[in-house]
Design a protein around this ligand. Structure first.
Ligand code: NDP
Length: 277
């Protein structure tokens, strides 16, 4: 498994598993748990969730899937911006820990920028770290301006990742955000790597995958895995698909293939506002 170094020096799998909407449909629950467990066994041992997902249902399901496997997984969860003050974050984190049935979250992210001053949010993260409830913290959906504000905040440079929308069809961050993060060796965690499934129907991608004996999902992931300092967190509730997605690791793209993909999915030609889902 390719691994990505966090600024703290620890490394995490470059390919993980997302869990938005996991746990929403009780009839799919057992398959979703088995899928996460199978993904972990295949090396997709970074699991991303959030207090927001299904109002805690995703964290609950993740907690069930991790039973007996906690030490194999790098666990990421997220706090709502309106819980980003010192008191509210402590309560939110404790509720997440209960749902996840773990002692500590490995990486706790601010889900998107909100109204609580960044200095207070950083202090809240530091307090949770001091209490052993989280090991690292980071942010999500921060554009370059947001990152610069964070880096100016006392303690802000300790953030370990910025989780943002990034996939073949959405390359805007390559203009300025990704290079600036790269200068600080801060990895991008690419969410919605399939554009929630829409990208996989793209005709150019489907044709490319067919020509190269791969699948659209594998090409979309192999393209992200070819980027420097990028972690991808595809979501699936199906064992067959998690196997297919893990197969991207064995199908790296050549320089010529990356160039061909770049013609169908061009890099940005100028600054682009950060897209969010
Ligand atoms: P993805 O881009 O990962 O796409 C998920 C969709 O693709 C699902 O419908 C899934 O269906 C389908 N799919 C998965 N694998 C395959 C495959 N091999 N072939 C065909 N279809 C496939 O979308 P998400 O929005 O879920 O993003 C991934 C994760 O990123 C989230 O789950 C969440 O953890 C995180 N995220 C974070 C955000 C943030 O603001 N920080 C915002 C959005 C996402 P099925 O499950 O039926 O297989």
């Amino acid at each position: 498994m390719k691994r990505i170094a966090l600024p703290c020096g620890e490394s995490v799998p470059a390919l993980g598993q997302g869990t938005w909407h996991v746990g929403d449909d009780p009839s799919r629950r057992q398959e979703e748990i088995a899928t996460l467990q199978h993904g972990i066994a295949l090396g997709l041992a970074l699991v991303d969730t959030a207090e927001m997902y299904g109002d805690g249902r995703s964290e609950q399901l993740v907690g069930e899937a991790l039973a007996g496997r906690r030490d194999q997984v790098f666990l990421v969860s997220k706090v709502y911006p309106h819980h980003a003050s010192r008191q509210a974050m402590r309560r939110a984190c404790e509720a997440s820990l209960r749902r996840l049935r773990v002692e500590a979250i490995d990486l706790y992210l601010l889900h998107w920028p909100g109204a609580v001053p960044l200095a207070e949010t950083v202090q809240a993260f530091e307090a949770l770290q001091g209490a052993g409830k989280i090991r690292h913290w980071g942010i999500s959906n921060f554009d370059l301006e947001g990152m610069q504000a964070l880096w100016r905040t006392p303690g802000g440079p300790a953030a370990q990742t910025n989780q943002v929308l990034y996939h073949l069809g959405e390359r805007g961050i390559e203009w300025d955000l990704r290079p600036r993060l790269g200068e600080r060796r801060l990895p991008v965690m690419a969410y919605s790597p399939f554009d929630e499934g829409r990208l996989l129907k793209n005709r150019a991608l489907v044709a490319f995958a067919r020509r190269h004996g791969s699948t659209p999902a594998q090409v979309a992931l192999a393209w992200l895995l070819a980027q420097d300092g990028v972690i991808a967190i595809p979501k699936t509730g199906s064992r067959a698909r998690v196997e297919e997605n893990a197969g991207a690791l064995a199908r790296p793209l050549s320089a010529a293939q990356l160039e061909e993909l770049g013609r169908h999915f061009p890099a940005p030609q100028g600054p682009t506002p950060l897209s969010m889902i």
